[in-house]
Design a protein around this ligand. Structure first.
Ligand SMILES: [Zn+2]
Length: 369
């Protein structure tokens, strides 16, 4: 497994620098100007949604919730995230889309863009701890995971495997297809993985034609899958970044990042000789990650990230676990708490974020924040 480690290469500094200014707004040049934009499907925070009854109050004005700093607000039901509105007008087919093509270089560089947006949206004290941190692409075949780690000099780095990037891209495109065309492609993909995926092997790819060719290149599906790809990564990376700026790794102190991650560094992470699993820290990192992604999403000019990507990723791994109860296919399942435990944390954090207008006053008692 570690033989390919010398292929590790940073996708960090340059991409991150771009990410700070570029956010995740991708060009929509393929879409005719007359087409509805997904970016407009979510109204500005607090504004009534398109098509929603005008008397619905915005999230922050929910009556009956006294704001008690330091205590979780009373929960009488979930505060809904904005819903995704499917545009009705199809457009010209999109040829050569990097998610449709599973273009790993593009998937990596977009991860760098998301990382830049997350770091840019952190509170100053947290941002100072992780600014300039290297971000490593790990090509280990069949490895599906993301890491916050320290190198031999106790310098921090972040890493994500190509396998996790590919899985997130596939989830994004099958979910986008399901949302727009009412298919069940994500379920089909899950069953395919459960039957055919083997640990340490390349991620199983559905055959050509798995998605109807017209649906596959539909510009609404292509744009939606990009949103979902970024939104899922924002949670995965926001969580790992949280381990650094919350002090769990102990090596991110604003002294800059690792100047060269060796294969041994990631090997240590993969073999789990570092103490990387700690339930209170995992919950705290989920809370931090959700707050970070929502803050970063609020800065986006088009589509604003919600907790939907987090729920999607966690739902995917929960379903996979249900389908393969006796098998650990991906390391992601081993190094994080069960996704069904994480989903309520994500949802409650996001609800609180909206109720407080983005002030992350809520931490799970006893779990820090
Ligand atoms: Zn974690």
């Amino acid at each position: 497994m570690l033989a390919s480690m010398n292929l590790l290469r940073p996708i960090g500094a340059l991409v991150l620098a771009l990410g700070l200014v570029a956010g995740c707004q991708r060009g929509s040049s393929r879409r005719p100007a007359s087409q509805p934009s997904y970016g407009q499907a979510y109204p500005p925070y607090g504004a009534p949604q398109q098509g929603a009854p005008p008397q619905q109050p915005g999230y922050p004005q929910q009556p009956g919730y006294p704001q008690q700093p330091g205590y979780p607000p009373a929960q009488t039901g979930p505060v809904p995230a904005p819903t995704f509105n499917v545009p009705t007008m199809p457009g010209l087919p999109v040829l050569g889309d990097p998610i449709n093509d599973i273009n790993v270089s593009w998937l990596q560089s977009e991860a760098g863009v998301v990382m830049g947006a997350l770091i840019g949206a952190l509170p100053a004290a947290s941002q100072q701890k992780v600014r300039g941190i290297p971000f490593i692409a790990d090509p280990t075949v069949g490895e599906v995971n993301a890491f916050a780690g320290c190198d031999d000099q106790r310098m921090p780095f972040m890493a994500i495997t190509d396998g996790l990037l590919e899985v997130e891209a596939q989830i994004a495109q099958f979910k986008a297809t399901d949302e727009i065309f009412g298919t069940r492609k994500l379920d089909e993909f899950l069953r395919m993985l459960a039957q055919r995926q083997r640990p340490g092997q390349p991620i199983v790819r559905p055959p050509a034609g798995f998605i109807d060719p017209v649906q596959h290149t539909d510009p609404r599906k292509v744009e939606r899958q990009r949103q979902l790809y970024h939104e899922q990564l924002a949670f995965v990376l926001g969580h790992e970044l949280g381990h650094h700026h919350l002090g769990h790794t102990g090596c991110a102190n604003g002294q800059g990042g690792s100047r060269g991650v060796t294969p041994a560094d990631l090997g240590r992470m993969l073999s789990r000789t570092l103490p990387i699993f700690n339930q209170p820290n995992e919950i705290a990192a989920d809370v931090a990650g959700v707050n970070n992604l929502l803050a970063a999403g609020a800065r986006q000019q088009g589509y604003r990230w919600t907790e939907g990507g987090a729920m999607l990723t966690l739902g995917f791994f929960a379903s996979l676990d249900q389908l393969t109860p006796a098998t650990i296919l991906f390391a992601f399942e081993q190094t994080h708490p069960h996704p069904l435990l994480r989903q309520p944390v994500v949802q409650q954090t996001a609800n609180t974020w909206r109720m407080t207008g983005g002030a992350p006053v809520f931490t799970f008692p006893g779990f820090g924040g």
